[in-house]
Design a protein around this ligand. Structure first.
Ligand code: SAH
Length: 391
């Protein structure tokens, strides 16, 4: 089999040596005349030596993404698909809703697959993943036994690859409605809409953190940025009286339905408001809580917004700490890849100082283990969660 290949310049080779899997177009010296967007290509160093296999895109600044496929494989294409099976096997023991494939970290750049019981939600975000989508789905059906598959390719990053925005059902089954799937886990019935929910249907990265939060939560709880109530439901089931806040009415309607599914509607009150405003109002009115969860959207979305992001994190953490009763629990999260762990803890230490609270960190957490990360790509370790006690 003739192997298509590309060659790196010195800068690209140096970047590769540091281990980051991405190859920028400006770091590529030459591209074989037969190479097409979506191909699996052999990457060569300036001296012609084999550096590995990468997926190739002919659109945008990011041209290549390295895979762990080794030099001796007879059929790199088969190895690529085999990684789908391996990724699924890696999730053994995970709950019924979990991430099955986490892109680069599973060796499958641009491919995200989440499982919600009998349903799968797939995102093919690169040309290589998109071209192989049918084969990937076939492989997934074989190794998971799933009955429906939805494509959530309505993600902006697809535009960088010249791919259209698409959302739809790829595999259907009269017995499973992808817009209404109920998964039982952690003693709860969790309803998901794979077609309309955020991301692939929900935020699976927080799965284990919700359980950890519920283990220490008590009393009156405030769940800020609650979305469809992942934290609220766990806290209510653990006995808390929960006030759940989000600016999205549809998210709160979903939360209410999920609370009813679990007989927890009396334990959860929803408030449709801007969290920043509500925290200020509660402070003024003297409302106090025993447990507060802060799980905002990424405030630092780019390198340029890190400072503004840090200020926003500090504001909600400072206000949150002021609302906590003595001995209260704070569960504070950041999903901004541009803010690292040290920066996040520094922010909390400043908020604790300003609030004059003695804050003890009990647990430093990250995304669930079905979201593996790459040590050479620190941004893949984006989710930081601190569980702390304030006195
Ligand atoms: N905690 C959730 C995920 C939160 S996603 C879980 O465990 O699944 C972030 C949520 O913040 C979204 O639902 C969004 O509607 C909400 N949001 C964003 N900015 C907000 C603001 N200023 N005030 C209130 N809610 C906000």
């Amino acid at each position: 089999m003739s192997v298509k290949s590309i060659s790196l310049g010195g800068k690209g080779a140096a970047r590769l040596r540091r281990g980051h899997p991405w190859i920028y177009r400006s770091d590529v010296l030459s591209v074989g005349p037969d190479v097409l967007g979506g191909d699996l290509v052999c990457v060569r160093l300036p001296d012609g030596k084999f550096a590995g296999y990468a997926t190739w895109s002919d659109h945008g600044q990011l041209s290549g993404r390295m895979t762990p496929i080794g030099p001796d494989v007879a059929d790199p294409e088969a190895s690529f698909l085999h990684m789908v099976t391996q990724a699924v096997a890696r999730r053994k023991g995970r709950p019924a809703a979990c991430r099955l494939i986490n892109g680069d970290a599973d060796g499958l750049p641009g491919l995200i697959v989440d499982r919600y019981g009998p349903g799968l939600s797939i995102q093919a975000l690169t040309q290589a993943a998109a071209r192989r989508q049918d084969a990937i789905v076939e492989r997934l059906l074989a190794c998971t036994g799933a009955r429906v598959v939805v494509a959530r390719n309505d993600v902006k990053v697809r535009a960088f690859e010249g791919l259209p925005m698409e959302r739809g059902v790829l595999v259907s089954d009269p017995g499973v409605d992808p817009a209404d799937i109920v998964v039982e886990m952690h003693g709860l019935r969790l309803r998901y809409d794979l077609l309309d929910g955020q991301k692939t249907g929900g935020f699976l990265d927080q799965t284990d953190n919700r359980v950890a939060a519920a283990a220490v939560a008590h009393g009156d709880a405030l769940d800020c940025f609650c979305y469809d109530g992942g934290f609220s439901l766990h806290l209510a089931a653990a006995g808390c009286n929960v006030t759940a806040v989000d600016s999205s009415g549809p998210a709160l309607a979903r939360l209410t339905r999920r609370a009813e599914d679990n007989g927890l509607e009396k334990k959860i009150t929803t408030v449709e408001e801007n969290v920043f405003d509500l925290l200020r109002t509660y402070e003024r009115d003297g409302r106090r809580f025993d447990t507060i969860v802060l799980d905002p959207p990424a405030f630092a979305k780019s390198r340029d917004s890190v400072d503004a992001g840090r200020r926003a994190y500090k504001e909600i953490n400072l206000r949150g700490l002021k609302l906590l009763r003595h001995g209260g629990v704070l569960v504070t999260c950041s999903c901004s890849a541009h803010m690292d762990r040290a920066g996040f803890e520094h922010m909390l230490s400043e908020a604790a100082g300003d609030a004059r609270r003695f804050v003890r960190i009990l647990d430093r957490r990250s995304a669930a283990p079905d979201h593996p990360t790459l040590v050479t790509a620190p941004e893949t370790d984006y989710l930081k969660v601190l569980i702390a006690e304030a006195h």
